[in-house]
Design a protein around this ligand. Structure first.
Ligand SMILES: C[S@@+](CC[C@H](N)C(=O)[O-])C[C@H]1O[C@@H](n2cnc3c(N)ncnc32)[C@H](O)[C@@H]1O
Length: 267
C-alpha cells in the first residue's frame, strides 16, 4: 500500500466512539443534511476517505446508499464492519470497506457522485494530493464535501491553553501534520471550486471536569500522540497539579456548544 505521512487511528479504535461520538440523533441529523445538500437519490454513489468507525457513514449506509469507505486504520475499519453486522446483519453488497491510503484511492476515474472527508485532512501531510485524488474519482458534476466539527463554546475552556502552555514550557510545540480548514478552503478556491458552506447540526455538550482531564491523561486526542513519553509524563504531573487546584470539585459539569460544518465544493 502507498504510505503517506499520516496519523493512523489504530490506537484510538477502541475508544473513538466513546470519546468522539455524537449525542443521540445528531448522526441522523447530519445524514439528513448531507443527503439534502448533495441532492442524493437512490442512485447516488458515496465515497468517504478516512471513514474510521463510521460515525458519518453508518446512517447513510443504513439508508441503502452505495458507499465506499477507505481508511489506513484496519482497527477503525474493524469497528465499522462490526457495527454494520450488528445493525444490518451483514455488510450490504453495495458497500465496500477497504484499507487504502487517501493519496492513492483504489478507484477508477469518474466513478463517485459524492466524495467526503470528515476530520481527516489535518492528519495527512500530502492533503493537496488527496484533494487531487478526490477530483480524479468524482464524476463530472460531482460534489466534494469537506466536513468538520467546531466547538463554538468549548468545554475544554481553560484546559487546552493550560496544557499547551505546560508543553511549551517543556520545549514541545505540537505540529499539525496536514491542513487547517482555512488552508483547505483557500486551496479549493485557488483550484476554481464553487464553494458553499452549511451548518449541518448544532448541539450542547456536557462533560465533568474529571472526565475531561482523563481525556488528556489517556492521550485520547491525536495531537498528544506525538509527544515524547518523558515530556508527556512531566507535563501530565504539572497538569494534574493545576487541575486539582482549579477544580476542587472534579465532578462539576462543564458545558459547551458544538456544530458540524460542511464545505461543499463543485467544479
Ligand atoms: C479523526 S478520524 C475521522 C473518522 C471519520 N471520518 C469520522 O468523522 O468519525 C480520522 C481517520 O482518518 C484516517 N486516516 C488518516 N490518514 C489517512 C490516510 N492517509 N488515508 C486514509 N485514512 C487516513 C485515520 O486512520 C482515522 O480513521
Amino acid at each position: 500500500m502507498v504510505q503517506s505521512q499520516s496519523i493512523c487511528f489504530d490506537r484510538a479504535a477502541s475508544f473513538y466512539d466513546a470519546t468522539r461520538g455524537f449525542p443521540a440523533g445528531v448522526d441522523e441529523e447530519i445524514a439528513d443534511a448531507i443527503v439534502a445538500a448533495v441532492g442524493a437519490t437512490p442512485a447516488t454513489h458515496f465515497l468517504e476517505v478516512g471513514v474510521g468507525t463510521g460515525r458519518i457513514a453508518l446512517p447513510l449506509i443504513c439508508r441503502g446508499y452505495s458507499y465506499v469507505g477507505i481508511d489506513i486504520s484496519e482497527q477503525m475499519l474493524a469497528q465499522l464492519r462490526r457495527k454494520l453486522r450488528e445493525r444490518l446483519g451483514q455488510i450490504p453488497p453495495q458497500v465496500s470497506i477497504q484499507v487504502a491510503d487517501a493519496t492513492a484511492l483504489p478507484l477508477p476515474e469518474g466513478c463517485v457522485d459524492v466524495a467526503m472527508t470528515v476530520h481527516v485532512l489535518h492528519l495527512i501531510r500530502e492533503w493537496q494530493q488527496v484533494i487531487g485524488e478526490i477530483r480524479r474519482v468524482l464524476k463530472p458534476g460531482g460534489v466534494y464535501l469537506y466536513g468538520y466539527g467546531d466547538r463554538v463554546i468549548s468545554a475544554r475552556g481553560e484546559f487546552e491553553p493550560r496544557w499547551t502552555a505546560i508543553l511549551a514550557a517543556l520545549g514541545f510545540q505540537p505540529q499539525r501534520v496536514g491542513a487547517s480548514s482555512e488552508q483547505v478552503e483557500q486551496y479549493l478556491q485557488a483550484q476554481g471550486a464553487h464553494l458553499e458552506r452549511m451548518v449541518a447540526a448544532e448541539w450542547q455538550t456536557a462533560i465533568t471536569a474529571q472526565a475531561l482531564f482523563e481525556l488528556y491523561a489517556q492521550r485520547s486526542y491525536s495531537a498528544s500522540w506525538q509527544i515524547p513519553e518523558e515530556i508527556f509524563a512531566v507535563a501530565l504531573r504539572q497538569f494534574q497539579e493545576w487541575f486539582r487546584d482549579t477544580y476542587p470539585d472534579p465532578q462539576i459539569t462543564l458545558l459547551g456548544e458544538s456544530e458540524f460544518q460542511m464545505l461543499l465544493a463543485r467544479w
